[in-house]
Design a protein around this ligand. Structure first.
Ligand code: NOJ
Length: 525
């Protein structure tokens, strides 16, 4: 069983993890300094949001140098140290790769926009205006507004599915494909265990740049808001050629490297990114899951549908938070500690790889950021209708007090930090009943219980509001996702770990009682 199937992944937003040099910004050395914590927590791999060179129009997701480290995050020597130290602790390092677009300051784009005949002109998507001078087609950016910007110097538009500062690469160009092969190799050769691939479903666009059809009432909210269905600028069939190419490259390494896709698509499309189960992504992030309401029926159906549609051998990934989505402690749990605990049981006990986002393990919720402190271009652009993504990117609270152990007292963190007496690592680490202890104990249980690592998923019939499932032959996970007491006919057994830690080790007969929002992992004889 490969490590990434049996293990737990942990996403680090480096800029907000730990500041080692007192400049208010988290950095690579800060991660090195906290590897002991990650080893103690029991995670098997860390995925770092981009640490490559970027002018930060979109905080690292506008890359100006793919094979170098962003200076305020550290140096290549520190990166190498991180990989080596992590390896000694049994932790693999995964990076984020952003192949859909670069920064507009990347030398490739600077050269490309210089003239129509520039050597790398075709590395980006350039097109003539329509006869009336308007944009080449009707595509809208996923950040809102037109996906095209006119470049006056050469009289053509360039495509950007995000900010104008993020020009899209032209993935029909073989030079682009070959260049990214080299980038993947560069990091694989440094010991990187794999990549999370940014918006991996949209990198190839329709070669004819056809207009997207208008959205209908049946389309999802986002498409209706944008007024069109992203038929021609996303999910093109040819994207699978690129993913298969990367998979062959990843598989050529020993040990094989892994690819996890950011795939914001419905389940029926999501499973296509696994190819035949062996030849495309190792894992694809599920947006139907992360955007679902925290309801037993809804979530159960999503998991069942995913399980039913995945090709043989394919492996899901489950996550409740990331640097773009509201944190689950707020979005799903609304700050209710019972729900936070139940979600941790869910994430860590489904079939598939759990991907925790830094802070999930202490039940960290969103930290609202005042307008004057906003950093995310989306919050700045859309305030107050949408406050952007800063609330889920605020610094990690390591301990109570000024600076929260993230940075030194007296230093202004790059985003505000709300240190609270309860939601911090130091306090929770010493409390057997804390959320952190629950997360760590669940991770440890998973590690020592093959059925939780690799056993199949099977729904167990339950009363409304309760979601229960079997892993392997003897492990049952049950979540009462309601505000009422519930009972489950689960056969006799005992509780390994419960969200109410007072019940750990408790035996039960045929009927298992669960309080509101209580979750348990049980074993039957
Ligand atoms: C998805 C990333 O997670 C997000 O942070 C970024 O803004 C967009 N892709 C564009 O790269």
């Amino acid at each position: 069983m490969p490590w990434w199937k049996s293990g737990v992944l942990y996403q680090i937003y480096t800029r907000s993890f730990a500041d080692s040099d007192s400049d208010g910004t988290g950095d690579l050395q800060g991660i090195v300094d906290h590897l002991e914590y990650l080893e103690w927590l029991g995670v098997d791999g860390i995925w770092l949001s981009p640490v490559t060179v970027s002018p930060n129009a979109d905080w690292g997701y506008d890359v100006a140098g793919y094979c170098a480290v962003q200076p305020d995050l550290g140096t290549m020597a520190t990166f190498d140290l991180l990989v080596a130290d992590a390896e000694e602790r049994g932790i693999r390092v995964l990076l984020d790769i952003v192949p859909n677009h670069t920064s507009d300051r990347h030398p490739w784009f600077v050269g490309s926009r210089f003239s129509r005949g520039a050597a790398r002109r075709d590395w980006y998507v350039w097109a003539d205006p329509k006869p009336d001078g308007s944009a080449p087609n009707n595509w809208v950016s996923s950040f809102g507004g037109p996906a095209w910007t006119l470049d006056h110097a050469t009289g053509q538009f360039y495509l950007h599915n995000h900010l104008p500062e993020q020009p899209d690469l032209n993935w029909w160009n073989e030079g682009v494909r070959a260049e990214f092969d080299s980038i993947l190799r560069f990091w694989f050769d440094r010991g990187v265990a794999g990549f999370r691939i940014d918006v991996c479903n949209i990198i190839v666009k329709d070669a004819e740049l056809r207009d997207n059809p208008p959205a209908t009432e049946d389309d999802d909210l986002e498409e209706q808001l944008f007024g069109q269905r992203a038929v021609y600028n996303a999910n093109r069939p040819e994207v699978h050629d690129v993913i298969r190419r990367w998979r062959r490259l990843a598989d050529s390494y020993r040990p094989p490297r892994i690819l996890i896709g950011e795939t914001p698509v419905p389940i029926a499309t999501l499973v296509d990114y696994y190819g035949d189960g062996q030849d495309e992504l190792h894992m694809a992030f599920s947006f139907p899951f992360i955007t679902a309401p925290l309801e037993a029926d809804t979530m159960r159906r999503i998991v069942e549908e995913t399980e039913a549609r995945l090709p043989p051998g394919a492996w899901p990934a489950w996550t409740g938070s990331n640097h773009d989505m509201s944190r689950f402690a707020s979005r799903w749990a609304g700050g209710d500690p019972r729900k936070v605990r139940a979600v941790l049981v869910m994430l860590l006990c489904l079939r598939g790889t759990p991907v925790l986002y830094q802070g999930d393990e202490i039940g960290l919720g969103d930290t609202p950021v005042p307008r004057e402190d906003l950093r995310d271009p989306l919050g700045i652009r859309y305030w107050p209708a949408y406050a952007g993504r800063d609330a889920m990117r605020t610094p990690m609270p390591w301990r109570d007090g000024e600076g929260g152990g993230f940075t030194d007292p007296g230093i202004r963190p790059w985003l505000p930090l709300v240190a609270s007496a309860r939601v911090n690592v130091e306090q929770q680490r010493s409390d057997r009943h804390s959320v952190l202890s629950l997360a760590r104990d669940l991770i440890a249980l998973r590690r020592h219980t093959p059925a939780l690592q690799t056993g199949g998923y099977q729904t167990v019939g339950a009363t409304p509001g309760v979601w229960a499932w079997r892993r392997g032959d003897r492990i049952t996970v049950a979540l009462n996702m309601s505000d009422h007491d519930a009972t489950l006919q689960a056969g006799s057994g005992y509780i390994h770990i419960g969200t109410d830690r007072g019940r750990d080790g408790e035996s039960f007969g045929d009927t298992l009682m669960l309080g509101p929002w209580e979750g348990v992992v049980t074993e039957s004889p």
